[in-house]
Ligand binder design. Sequence first.
Ligand code: CP
Ligand code: NVA
Length: 315
Amino acid sequence: MRHFLKETDFSREEVAGVFATAAAMKQSRGRHTPPSLAHQSWGLLFFKKSTRTRVSFQVGVAELGGNPVMLNADELQLSRGETTSDTARVLSRYLHGLVIRCYEHSLLEEFTRFGSVPVVNALSDFLHPCQIYTDFFTLAERWSGDSSRYLESLKGKKIAFLGDTACNMANSFILGGALLDVEISLSGPAGFEPGEKIIDQLKQDKLSPTWSFTQDPAEAVRGADMVYTDVWVSMGMEAEKADRLKLMQPYQVNGALMKAAKSGAYFMHCLPAHAGEEVTQDVLDSPASIIFDQAENRLHTQKAILAHLGAANRG
Ligand code: CP
Ligand code: NVA
């Protein structure tokens, strides 16, 4: 059984296929979508808040001919002590697949161990692979007119990621960047460097690192083709809010920092954004900002991921 818990669960060749499918689905949306999930019900199980992921998966499953079943973790017996293993076994009797947003990444792994249906990571504290595939797809769309050459258009490009460089998005850039040969230059305060877990993951996947870390944001953005940031206080980190806002202030993406990047560099953010914290409103609204293309592309990319997973599991 194939799952999609991390960037490297698909090979480079499979990512190329997912991107081509996403481009085709984007083009033909509203006219024709192959009904990859016909006669299937997929559970969308959320332990954390979500706007984009939740709605784009709900719409995406339906557009692929499937029945999306929204499951708020607070409303399941899980929240009253039923075990993850029993929940995984029970849900597998009703559903054909599960999309899960959670805290510990190990919960996703537990679902794959005890359940018998494919599991898709809709964000864990460790990784956000659906977002990173979307982000690379969004850039490739800009850098290549030909969807069969999307991966080539990414090769050797430089991305600067500023702020909380120990968060799930930074980890996903580290892993996705190594998979697709993209240089990832991370910059954040001391104490927020990428952790052991992501370094071990690269080793496990036998990938050469393409990332570097500096505390100097100007150095990180120099020569960057795209500048990225994410919230300074990820879901679950609220207790550290005051400290984080203070420590990360020098890493705010503002007009001056964008000017220090390569001319024509894009600005991206997975959203939700906190204007005035990790990014200024003028950068969010600038022509360099492609944040809403990014948000839209979640739908197309995730539909392609689901279709690919279905095909891979059919063999
Ligand atoms: N980018 C993202 O995952 O957004 P949501 O938290 O709204 O799903
Ligand atoms: N790092 C953020 C991403 C939100 C999409 C979080 O985990 O809250």
